[in-house]
Design a protein around this ligand. Structure first.
Ligand code: MOS
Length: 738
């Protein structure tokens, strides 16, 4: 592989399947004799179930079984498997941990029969007082323990400085703000679904998952079978964003019910059920206090975070440790993360977990500091540019964030920004410009890939990774084609099946960076196998040629006096194919550098003078993510992430009812998401600078990066437009009118 950045731009190889409806998602999977399960959900936030009256449900047409804590499906109750999204297994006891928890499964001949019967079940609860209000819980917040290997309360002070507050007090200029955001939901277009089928003691589970292998582990442990008895199939996933990594109640119950009934069982969650069954993003409150010299040099950064967490486990937003920790150079740094444990559905990973919320606070605070200093926000960021990872003596492997700022400013026309808030009026609109930084760590996991030369002249490139709409189908084809010197059309990608070459799956923006180098390794290994076959099989035209005299070149084996296409060779020797597996993993370089993808957003908003309505006019995003493998799907990734950020900035937020703990807006009628009319033209530019210290492709992740900083860029533009600093998300018109 040559080391200069090169980018192709090809259509999605799975695109035709998707637009013609031929792509089969989990819920589309047919099975002989299939039965349909419908989850029963709790209607109180905390307590225990005294009784569930299932008489009418059982008598309802088509009903096969009603499973409850009193008539449980067998799951191993002790030691919840890693990668189940909460700390307990469903239906193994009568405890209710939050409103909307799975407390039963009705199985019937049809979905409608199961749903109708579920409505007939009557629950009697012994309720206990529940803590569901995030603000109310903040005074009792606790220390969550280490975050990314560092203490939750982390402090670096310059020599002679006694405390962060002392450093702030001694600063020439300080700004401080408290920033809030509600809990949020992933809202993938494909609701969670599964089809569980047992045969001869082995389970095949079709389910939309980001990690077939983690799902195998969770299912096998809960069902008390070996991992070899579980196969997870997930070729197409209609969006994941982090909540299709963990295993939730529905596949566990579907598989257990299928085993009990001796029939395949399908469970498709309703949209409302996905809001409580499958994870969410913490609600977050943050305080950022910055101290600087008059020339803009940061002296002190204090970033305090309170994130909601569930008594049922899960994760939480680590907002400071993922942003202020390393984004700018400062003499004094103080991070403090706390969690507020509530009787609410468990948070899980959600696109750029930590960075998304943290960047809103930090990048808004920097804008406030720029205002205070009367300094350009880009200039302020360049003034505090970090070239080594703060507190560790390691440089970044490749960091060109300064160019992201400069190129972004140029493309966007930042020089035309009027720094005076409220100064630009067009008709009834106040117009403003804002910018912010994006960051996301470069992650890389061990991965294997199989490359198979086929007798029909095509090549299969396969791995147990996932494509969530992210482009992995196409990335495998592009990299396979490049490694073998073949057109993309001759590569057949295979993924989303736990029986393929080992792969942890798709999360952490690490799929291409992890799996890509393994494609190259597998192509080399398969080529060696092919040459061995060619020189050792008596029927081969290259029989007897020394292996060292044969080389592979663009689909042909070339000897000094002969050449043969691999398809012809395989057919001649009567072989259907030759394959080999190659692997790739991070090496010792991982202690020697910091790996981070960076970017910069520039946006223009307009705020209606009379109604307060905020609208985004345009956005430019410049990305330093290393080598871009396929420009077309990469651009889609960034646009999708920017859309995600627009939701964060302007629209999204769960409303939890204070008494019941119920999510009051858990439907797409009420939980607002950006639609096409909310999304302006997005100008995406990639620096395309290979990061060859990171991996042989030079490619870091870009899947989550693009959402980081979008809300701050928009909020900063709203300030520039109106002079109003909105520190509570989403920025809705009521917050712009008072
Ligand atoms: Mo991502 S939140 O690592 O799926």
């Amino acid at each position: 592989m040559d080391s200069t950045a090169r980018t192709v731009s090809v259509n999605r190889v799975d695109g035709r399947l998707k637009v013609t409806g031929a792509a089969r998602y989990a819920a589309d999977q047919p099975a002989e004799g299939i039965a349909h399960g419908y989850l029963l959900l709790s209607t109180v936030a905390r307590g225990s179930i005294r009784a569930l009256d299932v008489t009418a449900a059982e008598a309802s047409p088509g009903v096969l079984a009603v499973y409850t804590p009193f008539r449980p499906l067998e799951l191993l109750g002790s030691g919840t498997p890693f990668s189940v999204g909460h700390s307990w297994l469903p239906l193994q006891d009568a405890e209710v941990h939050y409103h909307g928890q799975a407390i039963g499964l009705v199985v019937a001949e049809t979905f409608e029969q199961a749903r109708d019967a579920a409505a007939l079940v009557r629950a009697d609860y012994e309720t206990r007082p529940a803590a569901v209000s995030f603000p109310d819980g903040i005074p009792g917040a606790t220390d969550p323990g280490p975050i990314i290997g560092e203490p939750a309360r982390l402090e670096f002070l310059a020599d002679g400085v006694g405390s962060i507050d002392e450093a702030l007090a001694a600063s020439e200029v300080t700004v401080s703000g408290s920033y809030g955001q509600p809990g949020k939901h992933h809202s993938a277009m494909e609701p969670h679904a599964c089809v569980a089928t047992w045969q001869d003691g082995a389970l095949t589970l079709h389910t939309g998952t980001q990690s077939a292998s983690l799902t195998v582990g969770a299912m096998a442990a809960a069902l008390g079978v070996g991992t070899a008895q579980v196969r997870v199939v997930s070729p197409h996933v209609g969006g994941g964003f982090g909540n299709k990594v963990a295993t939730w109640a529905h596949p566990l119950l579907a598989a257990a019910a299928a085993r009990a009934l001796g029939r395949p069982v399908k469970v498709v969650l309703t949209r409302e059920q996905t809001f409580t069954i499958t994870g969410n993003r913490s609600a977050v409150r943050q305080t950022v206090t910055l101290g600087a010299r008059r020339d803009g040099t940061l002296v002190a950064v204090k970033h305090q975070v309170w994130s909601s967490q569930s008594a049922s486990g899960g994760i939480f937003e680590s907002s400071a440790h993922t942003t202020s920790r390393y984004l700018y150079r400062t003499e004094n740094l103080h991070l403090d993360q706390k969690i507020v444990t509530l009787d609410v559905p468990p948070p899980t990973w959600m696109r750029a977990p930590g960075q998304e919320s943290g960047s809103f606070a930090l990048e808004s605070a920097l804008d406030e500091l720029a205002t205070e200093l009367r300094m350009d926000p880009v200039e302020l960021r360049l003034r505090n540019y970090a070239t080594v990872y703060p507190g560790r003596n390691v440089p970044w492997s490749s960091k060109h964030l300064d160019r992201c700022y400069r190129i972004g400013a140029e493309r966007f026309g930042w020089a035309r920004r009027n720094p005076v808030p409220g100064a630009v009026v067009r008709g009834e609109w106040l117009v403003g410009m804002g910018m912010a930084t994006a960051n996301y760590p470069g992650e890389r996991f061990p991965a294997s890939v199989q490359v198979r030369f086929r007798a029909d002249g095509d090549v299969t490139v396969s791995s147990a990774t996932a494509d969530l709409g992210t482009g992995m189908w196409t990335v495998l084809a592009v990299l396979g084609a490049e490694a073998l010197g073949l057109p993309v059309a001759r590569i057949r990608s295979e993924l989303g099946d736990s029986t393929l070459a080992a792969n942890i799956g798709s999360f952490g923006s690490a799929s291409t960076a992890s799996t890509g180098p393994a494609v190259t390794a597998a192509a080399e290994a398969a080529t060696t196998e092919l040459i061995t076959l060619a020189v050792t099989d008596e029927r081969s035209p290259l029989y007897g040629v020394p292996a060292g005299d044969v080389r592979y070149e663009r689909g042909e084996l070339v000897a000094p006096d002969r050449r043969v296409a691999f398809g012809d060779l395989l057919r001649t020797v009567g072989s259907e194919g030759v394959e080999a597996t190659g692997s790739s993993a991070p090496g010792p370089e991982h202690g020697q550098h910091a790996f981070t993808s960076f970017g910069a957003h520039f946006c223009e908003v307009r705020v209606n003078r009379w109604t307060g309505e905020p609208r985004l006019s345009r956005i430019t995003t410049v990305v330093d993510g290393g080598t871009i493998i396929n420009a077309k799907t990469a651009r889609s990734q960034i646009i999708g992430a920017v859309v995600f950020g627009i939701g964060h900035a302007l629209l999204e937020g769960a409303v939890v009812e204070p008494e019941s703990g119920r999510i009051a807006n858990g439907t797409f009628a009420d939980y607002l998401l950006p639609v096409n009319a909310d999304v302006p033209p997005v100008d995406v530019h990639f620096l395309n600078e290979p990061d060859l210290l990171f991996n042989p492709l030079g490619a870091r992740g870009i899947g989550e990066l693009g959402t980081v900083g979008v809300a701050a860029a928009i909020g900063n533009a709203v300030y520039n437009a109106t002079g109003r600093r909105i520190r509570e998300l989403p920025i809705t018109l009521d917050r712009l009118l008072d």
